[in-house]
Design a protein around this ligand. Structure first.
Ligand code: MEV
Length: 313
């Protein structure tokens, strides 16, 4: 049996913009997806026991099968290599939390173990990137990078040659955040395609928004490194406005962002692909974190309480 895991993630700055060469900042969550792989006699059987958004596993089934075939080819095994795959762990299957990348990394590592392939983290990351194409179409690579390495990361992909810059960001003290789920399963691939299409239709307007997104990522990195949480929160708020500008927010995401801000969050924004999925809010201190989390739960939504900049994740 091969057994392994991959981290979930929360994007603090730059989702969507990162696909087009703008830097992004991502934090792994301490919640993870686990996978177990066993060689089998015939077929690929998937037993997905992740909890979370109702319907997440069913809606993503087709993409999941495609992703595993892509992964097997990238590893160098036939796309129909018989095996049974179990997926579980404490990372909820909320859209926006990098559940697909976390599962790709977990499965790739478990296959590597079961088939004695000894894949390095670098190879696992590349294989998971290939698998991510089934879910995101043209992914930047930020999700699988966070799922593979964990921690708080600066990520930039060169749009022309595909090279990546990945750097660890260190915070003096970790800070509490919450992640609120709209409960709506989002189609990241459609969201990414929509942004690319609108960017092509409105170059002048989109170039301005993309330029500001780049400045926000740079200022955000400085704020994280300096422990300036007030500035960090302001930049998260502004990043949400930019995401509304490129039309990836939704009624429910705006509502949850609003609830969080009204309860005193220092900043709030959607996180991940948008169009449903999740939002995150900066809530320094256990007390504020609990207050914001309870308000979102009272409004009928699920919440994950976690931290950015913690040593472990
Ligand atoms: C999804 O978590 C993040 C996106 O920017 C897509 C990607 O970067 O691959 C929307």
């Amino acid at each position: 049996m091969g057994k392994s895991s991959g981290y979930g993630k929360v994007i603090i700055f730059g989702e969507h913009f990162v696909v087009h060469g703008v830097p992004g900042i991502v934090s792994a969550t301490d919640a993870k997806t686990d996978a177990e792989v066993n060689k089998a006699a015939t077929g690929i059987v998937i037993n997905d026991e992740r909890t979370g958004s109702k319907g997440y596993a069913e809606e993503k089934k087709q993409q999941q099968i495609e992703s595993i075939q892509r992964m097997l080819r990238a590893i160098g095994l036939p796309a129909d290599t018989p095996m049974s795959i179990w997926i579980g762990g404490n990372l909820p299957g909320f859209s926006g939390l990098g559940a697909s990348a976390a599962s790709s990394v977990a499965i790739a590592r478990a296959i590597s173990e079961e088939f004695g392939m000894g894949l390095s983290d670098e190879r696992v990351n590349k294989v998971a990137y290939e698998a991510e194409k089934a879910y995101a179409g043209n992914p930047s690579g930020i999700d699988n990078t966070a799922a593979t390495y964990g921690g708080l990361l600066w990520f930039r992909k060169n749009e022309q040659d595909g090279t990546e810059i990945v750097e660890k960001i260190t915070m003096k003290e970790p800070a509490e955040i919450i992640i609120g789920s709209t409960g709506k399963v989002a189609n990241t691939k459609a969201m990414v395609e929509g942004v690319a299409e609108r960017k092509k239709q409105n170059p002048a307007r989109y170039n301005l928004l993309f330029k500001r997104a780049e400045e926000i990522a740079l200022e955000g990195r400085k704020a994280l490194e300096a422990g300036d949480l007030k500035k960090l929160g302001e930049l998260m708020d502004e990043n949400h406005t930019l995401l509304q500008g490129i039309e990836v927010s939704s009624k429910e995401l705006d509502l949850l962002v609003d609830v969080a801000r009204k309860q005193g969050a220092w900043g709030a924004k959607l996180t991940g692909g948008g169009g449903g999925g999740c939002m995150t809010a900066l809530t320094p201190g256990k007390e504020l974190q609990e207050k914001v989390a309870l308000a979102i739960e009272k409004a009928g939504f699920q919440v994950l309480r976690t931290k950015i900049g913690a040593k472990k994740a």
